[in-house]
Structures are given as structure tokens and as C-alpha cells.
Design a protein around this ligand. Sequence first.
Ligand code: HEM
Length: 151
Amino acid sequence: MILEGYDWFRGLHILSFIAWMAGLLYLPRLFVYHCGAEADGELDATLKLQERRLLKLIMNPAMISTWIFGLLLVWSNAERAGGWEIFLSWAWAAKFILVFIMTGLHHLYALRFKHFEAGTNDWPHKRYRILNEMPFLAAIFIVLIATVALK
Ligand code: HEM
């Protein structure tokens, strides 16, 4: 069963990380605008709603499904290769390190959202502008490793 599903897992893996990336690029942008919003004002309330929906309805499910279909791909590749040795390479090590960094960024954003929700954000907008660049930087390496180094 695990081998027959390979192409479905790959397609759903790609769709999942596209949605995850979209959220990872958009949420810190909302945080940048939120830094300029008056506490308890209309913009503050609107941004809190947008951030909560983006995180809960898109980013969390997309991160989980990226991991699920990624791990199903790991399993089907190991089945096909007759063992896990194929994952003992610098390319896979680099991909997994970058994916853990991306997952760490996701949790940092979720933590910062809690601060905005509680009105206790003390980070300047510049820091969110820098954070905004990191997911795409990681994605450049992840996608090139997955499509060039691992093929
Ligand atoms: C979250 C944990 C992840 C795991 C466990 C994982 C694992 C995998 C595995 C096993 C493959 C199949 C490789 C093959 O059969 O050649 C794959 C393909 C791929 N992954 Fe991931 N991945 C993860 C996250 C990501 C992320 C975050 C991105 C992009 C930002 C990404 C981009 C890709 C790409 C572009 C491919 C190639 C698809 C193709 O062959 O057309 N992966 N991944």
C-alpha cells in the first residue's frame, strides 16, 4: 500500500508546504503592521482576527500535513530502497535540519501571536521584517536540495 501511494503523497506534500510557506511569509508581515496599531483599536482587533485565522485554519494544518506526507514519503522511499540507509546522506541531513528550523520559526510565530493577543508585544517591527525573510531563505535550500541534490 505504501508504495502505491507514493505519487499521491508527493503531490499532497507539495500542496501542503505551499500552504505552509504562504502562512510563514504572510504572518510576520501582519505582525509588522500590528506593531503600528493602537492597542484595543479597530486595526488591532482586525489584525488579531486575521492572525488567529491564518495560524489556526491554514498554518497549523498545513505544517502537520507537510510532516505527515513527508514522513509517508520517507517510509515509501525506505520500502523501495529496502532499508533506511538512503537517508544517511549530507543532503537529507541538511534538508531535515532546515525543516526543523522552519518548524521552529512556525512555533516562534505562534508564541509572538500570543503576545499580540495579550497586548504584550514588545518586539520592534524591524525584528518582524527580518523574521519575514527567513522562511523563504530556508525554502530556497530545501527545494534545491529536494529537486537537485536528492534526485
Ligand atoms: C516537514 C518535514 C518534511 C519531510 C519529512 C520531507 C520529506 C520528503 C521526502 C521523503 C521527499 C521525497 C523525496 C523523493 O522521493 O525523491 C520529499 C520531497 C520533496 N520535498 Fe519534502 N519533506 C519535508 C518538508 C518539506 C518542506 C518544508 C519543503 C519546502 C519548503 C519540502 C520540499 C520538497 C520538495 C520540493 C520535494 C520534491 C518533490 C518532487 O519530487 O517533485 N519538503 N520530501
